[in-house]
Write a protein that binds this ligand. Structure first.
Ligand code: ATP
Ligand code: MG
Length: 257
């Protein structure tokens, strides 16, 4: 691990006058190159908003995000993606009229959210090298035998794995996953766990948001805990598991639910 690869520097973000992230001082944390950071916190703590602020879907009201020395705050979503940032969404997004393979090929494009790009990707599907890579990525997420299927035949868990595959085809330098195990059955969860551990070994920098702490604390090497948009605790999985403030934040959230 060398220095800060990604630094979140005193960011704040409000919605309709209510501060969702950063409190008064702003939220700061950082991640070293090749590290695997778990980002946890009760519902509404601001985890997805932090991802949106990092990948450029939202702009911070103050503060900045720096990736490998570049300030991201002035860049568009696709410019940020082009710098090697990949992210999945809490609700999986797929193009329903495209096959599983085509959906992965769309992911190879930084403008992948655009239907036009999806259609041009059909042409690019003839690109043998890219197609081979798409199959390779599908194999890694356990979906190789579903390549020709319509995405409408995929289960919720399989859709989530497809989201990961769509990011992997771009060889992201840093990968942000928002609740990757939600709706994923235990069998696929084991595959996902092995996949993330493998990516970690291969040097991919990762930030993973999860409510499944058992899953996350097994594979993350550091954890940031958010509560009401502010940093509640930060440490190794062992430290976080035994942190009284963290236990109380989760118990509080469970009691409120
Ligand atoms: N686009 C938006 N407009 C208004 N309020 C928003 C918006 N996005 C998020 N919020 C609010 O910001 C706060 C943080 O939401 P966020 O979705 O980031 O939480 P989270 O930690 O990801 O929660 P969960 O675990 O339920 O996914 C919440 O109070 C939420 O209602
Ligand atoms: Mg969320």
């Amino acid at each position: 691990m060398t220095g800060d690869f990604l630094a979140v520097d005193r960011i704040t973000r409000s919605f309709g006058g209510l501060k969702a992230v950063g409190g008064d001082a702003g939220l700061s944390f950082s991640i070293g190159k090749g590290a695997f950071l778990g980002l946890i916190g009760p519902n509404g703590a601001g985890k997805s908003t932090v991802f949106n602020l990092i990948c450029g879907v939202l702009k911070p009201n103050s503060g900045q995000v720096i990736l490998d020395g570049t300030v991201l705050s002035d860049l568009t979503v696709s410019e940020i993606a082009a710098r090697g940032l990949g992210r999945t969404f809490q609700t999986p997004r797929a193009f329903p009229s495209l096959s599983v393979l085509e959906n992965v090929l769309v992911g190879a494009d930084n403008e992948g959210e655009h239907v036009l790009a999806a259609l041009s990707r059909r042409w690019r599907a003839r690109d043998a090298e890219l197609t081979e890579k798409a199959f390779d990525v599908l194999a890694r997420v356990g979906l190789a035998d579903r390549a020709a299927d319509s995405v409408s035949n995929l289960s919720g868990g399989e859709l989530r794995m497809l989201e990961v595959a769509r990011q992997l085809i771009r060889d992201p330098r840093i990968l942000l996953l928002d609740e990757p195990t939600a709706g994923v059955d235990p069998n696929l969860q084991r595959k996902l766990s092995a996949l993330l551990a493998g990516l970690h070994r291969d040097g991919t920098t990762m930030i993973v948001v999860e409510h499944n702490l058992h899953f996350l604390l097994e594979i993350a090497d550091r954890v940031v805990v958010l509560q009401s948009g502010e940093l509640l605790a930060e440490g190794s999985p062992g430290e976080i598991k035994s942190d009284a403030r963290v236990i109380s934040a989760y118990l509080g959230a469970n009691h409120a639910a």
